[in-house]
Design a protein around this ligand. Structure first.
Ligand code: AMP
Length: 404
């Protein structure tokens, strides 16, 4: 096999990864995707090839694979066996790059130390993102590692979108509106150049609607605002997170309900959003098939907030040329897209019912003043592209991946 790049997305009890072959030195071909799950409970490595065929599905006892590094050792053994050699570089998704990291960065021990400072800003994600990086630094110190940040794409926001109306000292120490899902938005901004080159340089609002959900305002391909802020709790209602919330509610929970910080954190990350509102499920598929009025309320709430953020971003952009839907809900739920579009007919968005039902790429009706697209996101390919670009820069060679 040609040289490969491994993309790693480390979570709390699982690690997702994808392997890309570098085809002819400058194009990326996905060859494997898989995950290590059940770390600490029932460790399992499952990997599928590019056609979806299972390449390995193996479980271990907790005595054999007790810790994350044991699981990563097993992944290395599998890669050596399947590919014949280790990847030439690893690209990692790192949720928080703080105020300073505006682009993917080569991992060094100093970088890891700096990224550790942002753990309090993303306590649920940052430690899990850093652990595989430390493992590779220790076990395979010569392997090039690249940290790709979910915040980086948003670092160019104008000050009015980057700040909260709070005292300066809090801003200086890092309390600002970072925005997340940046790798997804960057990928969509690049895809738009192929899908709708006439619009890619215009005013675009993207709705990344997955289990975590946010929106981004793009001006000429650059992010100028995001619905997520200091943490990934703000903005749209999500599967289990509330989205926009009056901070007075947190004060109420503290002073009147006697709840502690950890309890409130658990409530906000795990029991709110569509799950809390419906009392049924965090999954839009369950809500769409339910006849319970509370399921309808949760879906209405979701569509209402997507539409109102689209309105807000239309003001931020001084108009709108296109709305793009992406991620699990955005790519697969025509009913949600239609409900949003119904609320946005005032700015001239009209969907083609047939194209929307089929999840086609362009779902706006011919003649709709605002265009509407469904573009599947690919954060892993974005990370692989960044890693390849850094490899090429280091080799002093070609700068950009040749896109298919
Ligand atoms: P993601 O985080 O992008 O993987 O998206 C996961 C979410 O997408 C799930 O929790 C579901 O709510 C939603 N989803 C996935 N498939 C569908 C579908 N066919 N229809 C509606 N929602 C879906």
């Amino acid at each position: 096999m040609a040289e490969t790049i491994l993309v790693v997305n480390g979570g709390s009890s699982s690690i997702k990864f994808e392997l890309f072959e570098i085809d002819h030195g400058d194009a990326l071909k996905r060859v494997l995707r898989g995950q290590i799950e059940g770390i600490g409970t029932h460790p399992r490595l499952i990997v599928k090839d590019a056609n979806g065929a299972v390449a390995i599905d193996q479980t271990w006892s907790i005595d054999e694979v007790g810790e994350l590094h044991d699981a990563l050792d097993k992944l290395v053994i599998f890669l050596l066996d399947f590919v014949g050699e280790l990847p030439i570089a690893i690209g990692h998704r790192v949720v928080h790059g703080g105020p300073d990291f505006v682009e993917p960065t080569v991992v060094t021990p100093e970088l890891v130390k700096r990224l550790e400072h942002f753990i309090p800003l993303a306590p649920l994600h940052q430690p899990n993102n850093l652990e595989p990086i430390r493992f590779v630094m220790t076990r395979h110190p010569h392997l090039l590692q690249v940290a790709c940040f979910d915040t980086a794409f948003h670092r160019g926001h104008p000050e009015v979108a980057d700040r909260y109306a709070i005292p300066e000292n809090l801003y200086v120490e890092g309390v600002r509106r970072y925005g997340f899902h940046g790798l997804s938005y960057e990928y969509i901004a690049q895809r738009l150049r192929d899908v709708a080159p006439d619009i890619a340089d215009g005013r675009v609002v993207i709705a990344h609607l997955g289990n975590g959900a946010s929106m981004c305002a793009l001006s000429a391909g650059k992010s100028i605002d995001s619905s997520m802020g200091f943490t990934a709790l703000d903005g749209l209602p999500m599967g289990t997170r509330p989205g926009q919330l009056d901070p007075g509610i947190v004060l109420y929970l503290l002073s009147e309900k006697g709840m502690g910080g950890k309890e409130i954190e658990h409530l906000l990350y795990h029991d709110c959003g569509l799950k809390g509102l419906s009392g049924i499920s965090n999954d839009v598929r369950d809500l769409l098939t339910s006849t319970d009025p509370k399921a309808k309320l949760a879906l209405d709430y979701l569509a209402y907030h997507i539409a109102t953020v689209a309105g807000m971003f239309t003001a931020a952009l001084g108009g709108i040329d296109a709305l793009v839907f992406t991620a699990g809900i955005g790519e697969n739920a025509p009913a949600v897209r239609q409900a949003v579009a119904n609320r946005l007919s005032w700015f001239g968005l009209e969907l083609c019912e047939n194209a929307n039902a089929k999840n086609e790429i362009r779902i706006s009706r011919e003649g709709s003043r605002v265009s509407c697209f469904v573009i599947p996101t690919d954060e892993e390919l974005m990370i692989a592209r960044h890693t390849l670009r850094i490899l090429q820069r280091q080799a002093g060679g070609v700068i950009e991946e040749k896109q298919a």
